[in-house]
Design a protein around this ligand. Structure first.
Ligand code: ATP
Ligand code: MG
Length: 366
């Protein structure tokens, strides 16, 4: 009889922050400090977790977010008040990333998440019903389907609302009572869930997309808005891209390649020039493409180029492995953006001697 084959164990594609950084969180948790009720870490420790530094036991804490300390301090301080936090910014400025890490550090759980879309209705925000149970027994606590928001209220944790402004304004407004009174009435059961200490909301929204619904002023008043900017300097942005590409690539198990820092720096330089509408020296004015060409997109181009180089191009990220990926990132609108790229190629890339390889590689596929 053939031996029964055991199923190979599957590796997960993405681990939540509280699992990936469990050691750092534990080290930061070691001291007996003052922390808001329901919080796993003190506010100072949460900021150290996000921006990097040293834990009380002397171990190193890696930087998750690279940017202005004040922004993160404001975000953390907000979550300790009765106001909710709204992280706003153009796409790819680490809003979701910061939100995940804040939830991991403060509540030890970043998975309490509601993805808001145009199709999100009140049942996905407040609570729903298990209809079999509802028909058999009528409204009861067992028939109640708890949403991540309801669970967060009951257990006193953070809940994340991704892309808050994508859901309709009427649905957004269901959050008003939750945020101002910290209760969620369930009229069918003639009761209300009262939030425990530690409960709060972190929402993200991007201010570039079309088809979003403005927040009502009643709701706006209950959120503290922290705007996450694009990185201010080239060096800062290059270091973010280099670090994140290394982490993500390793997480995906991409083949080993030669260090690609130089090429990654070139992507960032190129993106920044197009985004700013002028060359780094300010001498040539450029048209800007319709996409945001954010740090996150530079990271994606880096990852794709790594995969291409590792699998098809003998392990070196070069102009050839970048070309198609760069075009894909820049040309979002096939007509307008193609013109922008053409102009950039001819006026900036071609005259730069050290970028000649890139000019040729892009011309070959465009
Ligand atoms: N300042 C930064 N510090 C650290 N990482 C950054 C920074 N800016 C961008 N990133 C990286 O960019 C990637 C994408 O970020 P994220 O998905 O959080 O963006 P977002 O603002 O939520 O975008 P969207 O509006 O499209 O949802 C993450 O891998 C994150 O690490
Ligand atoms: Mg996001």
């Amino acid at each position: 009889m053939a031996a029964k084959k055991s199923k190979p164990k599957k590796a997960s594609l993405n681990q939540p922050a509280e699992v990936l950084y469990a050691d750092e969180l534990k080290a930061l948790n070691a001291v007996d400090d003052e922390r808001p009720e329901g919080w796993k870490l003190a506010p100072q420790a949460v900021v150290t977790y996000l921006l990097g530094g040293e834990a009380p036991d002397g171990s190193a804490v890696s930087a998750k977010y690279v940017g202005n300390r004040r922004l993160i301090e404001t975000a953390v301080a907000t979550l300790a008040t009765d106001r909710a936090l709204l992280l706003l910014g153009v796409p790819g400025t680490a809003k979701s990333w910061v939100s995940e890490h804040l939830a991991a550090a403060i509540s030890g759980d970043s998975q309490r998440l509601i993805q808001c879309t145009a199709g999100t209705d009140e049942n996905q925000i407040r609570y729903g019903w298990n209809y079999a149970s509802l028909l058999a027994k009528g409204p009861s606590d067992e028939a109640l389907v708890r949403t991540p928001l309801l669970r967060a209220m009951e257990e006193g944790t953070l809940v994340r609302l991704e892309e808050l402004t994508r859901m309709g304004s009427d649905v957004q407004d269901t959050l008003i009572t939750v945020l101002s009174e910290k209760i969620l009435p369930i009229p069918e059961l003639d009761k209300a869930i009262v939030a425990n200490r530690g409960f709060n909301i972190i929402a993200t929204a991007n201010n570039r997309d079309k088809g979003v619904n403005d927040l009502s002023s009643a709701l706006k008043r209950r959120f503290n808005v922290v705007v996450l900017p694009l990185p201010s300097s080239l060096e800062e942005e290059v270091s973010i891209v280099v670090d994140r590409v290394a982490q993500i690539g390793a997480g995906l198990g991409l083949p080993d390649i030669e260090p690609a820092e130089k090429e990654l720096a070139r992507i960032v330089e190129l993106f920044r020039e197009l985004r700013d509408g002028q060359t780094a020296d300010g001498k040539i004015k450029l048209k800007t493409p319709s996409g945001s060409l954010s740090t996150a997109e530079a990271i994606s181009v880096g990852i794709s180029a790594w995969a291409e180089a590792g699998h098809f191009r003998s392990g070196v990220v070069d102009a050839d492995s970048l070309a198609v990926n760069l075009i894909g990132a820049i040309v979002k609108d096939p007509v307008q953006d193609a013109i922008v790229l053409q102009e950039y190629l001819e006026t900036v890339v071609r005259p730069r001697k050290q970028w000649r390889d890139l000019y040729t590689a892009i011309r070959e596929v465009m």
